[in-house]
Design a protein around this ligand. Structure first.
Ligand SMILES: Nc1ncnc2c1ncn2[C@@H]1O[C@H](COP(=O)(O)OP(=O)(O)OP(=O)(O)O)[C@@H](O)[C@H]1O
Ligand SMILES: Nc1ccn([C@H]2C[C@H](O)[C@@H](COP(=O)(O)O)O2)c(=O)n1
Length: 221
């Protein structure tokens, strides 16, 4: 079995940033599991499927042809990298992700990503459900205000419009749905190192995560 590092946490806590930096350092594969739920929300919109139609969504999840290639995300050959990054796509993702049928349909695809020399997987249930036997588990957190501020900066830098107050409200709403759903809720998995990044730079977070990784897997140094 390939070694696995999981990074879970709420939206905007920095999971994706840390996961891809870490995967780059280790030369491992990186799984952005949130992108799968975003792709499904997007595909459902295109196909006119309601975001609470569990059976149709699960079927769609199994039919989607997904490719992650050089920083691009392709859905059935279409480049949807930007389209799936909007707050609207994030909210749609959070809704379809609350359906057990959808989560079950996406499980095998995620587990198949665990290949040599190793996998860094980020999401909400990586360490609790998808890879409960992971070698290293990290839970990243930050205040809702700080995460909204980061998201605001990210959107403005992309030339998109954004409202900070609405972002705080949307982040709180999404946290609430992700933490309180009945299946695979967002939580710190047992044994995870919890890092609150509210007042830490990306490099400081990475340093803490790397310390933990090298402590558990010294052969990677
Ligand atoms: N410690 C940090 N300090 C400042 N900015 C950060 C920090 N960590 C991440 N960021 C910035 O915050 C934004 C969101 O980070 P990122 O996309 O990695 O979060 P995420 O947890 O993967 O979010 P999502 O779950 O919504 O995909 C990015 O612009 C990133 O550069
Ligand atoms: N393992 C995962 C990953 C993501 N989700 C859901 C919950 C999020 O609100 C949404 C979008 O994720 P993001 O791209 O913001 O990380 O997808 C989940 O339930 N489980």
């Amino acid at each position: 079995m390939a070694p696995i590092i999981t990074i879970d946490g709420p939206s905007g806590s920095g999971k994706g940033t840390i996961a891809s930096r870490l995967a780059g350092i280790l030369g491992w594969r990186c799984l952005d599991s949130g992108a799968l739920y975003r792709l499904l929300g997007y595909a459902a919109g295109q196909a006119g499927i309601s975001l609470d139609n569990a059976d149709e969504l699960a079927r769609l999840a199994l039919d989607m042809r997904i490719e992650f290639r050089d920083g691009q995300v392709l859905l059935d050959g279409e480049d949807v990298t930007l389209a799936i990054r909007s707050e609207q796509a994030g909210n749609a993702a959070s809704k379809v992700a609350a359906l057990p049928e959808v989560r079950a349909a996406l499980l095998a695809w995620q587990r198949a990503c665990a290949v040599e020399p190793g996998l860094v997987a980020d999401g909400r249930d990586m360490g609790s459900v998808v890879f409960p036997g992971a070698d290293v588990k990290i839970f990243l957190d930050a205040s809702a205000e700080e995460r909204a501020q980061r998201r605001y900066k990210q959107l403005i830098e992309k030339g998109l419009s954004a409202n900070l107050q609405s972002l705080v409200a949307e982040i709180r709403e999404r946290d609430d749905r992700d933490r309180n759903r009945s299946v695979a809720p967002l939580m710190a998995p047992e044994g995870a190192l919890i890092v609150d990044s509210t007042a830490l730079s990306i490099d400081e977070v990475l340093e803490r995560v790397l310390d933990r990784v090298y402590q558990i897997l010294p052969e990677l140094k």
